[in-house]
Design a protein around this ligand. Structure first.
Ligand SMILES: NC(=O)c1ccc[n+]([C@@H]2O[C@H](COP(=O)([O-])OP(=O)(O)OC[C@H]3O[C@@H](n4cnc5c(N)ncnc54)[C@H](OP(=O)(O)O)[C@@H]3O)[C@@H](O)[C@H]2O)c1
Length: 393
């Protein structure tokens, strides 16, 4: 299949959106509109023409949309948007259970695809979608925007892993030496603002020994939320649990394996609502201890524990653009201190990255995304199988 015809001089990608999802409205559309040199939103599709038109209207009246005649076409079906030759790339924020159908159809129609997590509901679905993207030489990126927040690079530096995590869109101006402002707090905890990457803080924890992650939130008030619908690919594993697999792989590498797993099902909904387990790197014995769900007191925590210290974060997956993440560091030599990092917009960074995967003609970028797509799907599949095995034992 042919490469989509971008508006080539400026390489502005013409993007269409499948579904009027909350995440599209709240986060992705504003980020797309903030990048006029990279993207032009040309279509929004919904199962309902009224809903598509309403969102087009909302976007065109947004403060950062600019002026001029309407350029976004509403579509009353997803199929209608996919046959539009003026669309180069699509963003798919549909329920997980519909990703396979619509990502496959988009790739067959010659569009690059940015798909929300979880890309597939099974390993086979993801394998098929990746094979289709490869056969058609198209970009297929599963959206975990936290990969592109500056704080992940800092965490990797401080845990001795190196700062580069296939996050091509991250502003290179953030690299370099640190400007660190310190202030003593009453409780003896030292608070430090890190404005640039702190070279002096590299590998503060010694050798990596273990990772602990928790991501969970209270039940959703609406019973018809997509996360409670079995037939739409609901459940906590493909939702909050997916972040656990991703961060474990980003911190511990491709060799990790699922060692123990538990998934607890809600009998009324028929989907898993919480779970936990352990992943291990068989080469080093380093473990990741994970817990996730949506029947919980809110937690978004990642702790990296090493031979000489530990780093704990409080917003690794969910830092809003105006939030300065706080890292708590404890070492045998330095005691305890808090570091306040730069705010960053991971949605914007992620979209810069997706743009470069689509237009840069660097095959290694697409290959890296497909490697990550497959690894993530393999971990999710192994986790579910292990949970079923342990439950049935
Ligand atoms: N990256 C992140 O931070 C993040 C955050 C939240 C969610 N997500 C992911 O984004 C996706 C959407 O999540 P969301 O919370 O935004 O969902 P949502 O608000 O419920 O939106 C899902 C959209 O899918 C369309 N849809 C098609 N068939 C549907 C059906 N049978 N039932 C319900 N909706 C249907 C609807 O659009 P139309 O009616 O207009 O066709 C709906 O607006 C999921 O894959 C989720 O995991 C990612």
């Amino acid at each position: 299949m042919k490469e989509p015809q971008h508006s080539s001089a400026s390489l502005v990608l013409r993007v269409g959106i499948l579904g009027t999802a909350a995440i599209a409205r709240r986060s992705i559309l504003p980020a797309l509109l903030s990048l006029p040199d990279h993207y032009r939103v040309v279509g929004i599709a919904s199962r309902s023409m009224d809903a598509a038109s309403a969102l087009v209207n909302e976007v065109e009246n947004a403060p950062n949309h600019g002026t001029g005649p309407s350029q976004i076409k509403p579509h009353g079906s997803y199929a209608s948007l996919l046959v539009d030759p003026s669309v180069d790339a699509v963003y798919v924020p549909l329920p997980n259970g519909l990703h396979y159908e619509w990502v496959s159809r988009a790739l067959r129609a010659g569009k690059h695809v940015l798909c929300e997590k979880s890309l597939g509901c099974t390993l086979q679905e993801t394998e098929d979608m990746v094979a289709l993207a490869e056969a058609n030489d198209l970009a297929l990126v599963e959206n975990f925007q936290f990969r592109f927040h500056h704080q992940l690079q800092v965490l990797r530096e401080w845990t001795g892993l190196g700062g580069h995590v296939a996050s091509g869109g991250t502003d290179s101006s953030k690299e370099g030496s640190a400007e660190v402002a310190k202030s003593k707090q009453g409780d003896g905890l030292e608070s430090v603002s890190v404005h640039e990457q702190d070279e002096t803080s590299k590998n503060v924890i010694g050798d990596l020994r273990a990772v602990r992650c928790s991501f969970g939130f209270p039940p959703f008030p609406d019973r018809d939320n997509i996360r409670y619908q079995k037939e739409l690919g609901g459940g906590a594993l493909l939702d909050a649990g997916a972040y656990m697999m991703k961060i474990a792989a980003l911190l511990m590498g491709d060799a990790i394996q699922v060692e123990a797993a538990s998934l607890v099902k809600d009998e009324e909904y028929g989907v898993d609502v919480h779970g936990g387990g352990c992943l291990v790197d068989p080469g080093t014995g380093v473990t990741a201890h994970i817990a996730f769900g949506f029947d919980h007191y809110y937690q978004c925590g990642v702790e990296v524990w090493g031979s000489k210290g530990r780093v704990r974060t409080n917003r690794l997956f969910t830092a809003k653009a105006n939030v300065q993440p706080v890292f708590e560091i404890e070492t045998a030599e330095g005691g305890r201190e808090e570091r306040v990092l730069q705010a960053d917009d991971h949605f914007v960074n992620m979209l810069r990255h997706f743009h470069s995967v689509c237009v840069s003609h660097q095959p290694e970028k697409r290959a890296e995304e497909n490697r990550q797509n497959r690894l993530q799907a393999r971990l999710l599949e192994d986790f579910r199988a292990m949970a079923e095995r342990i439950e049935g034992a």
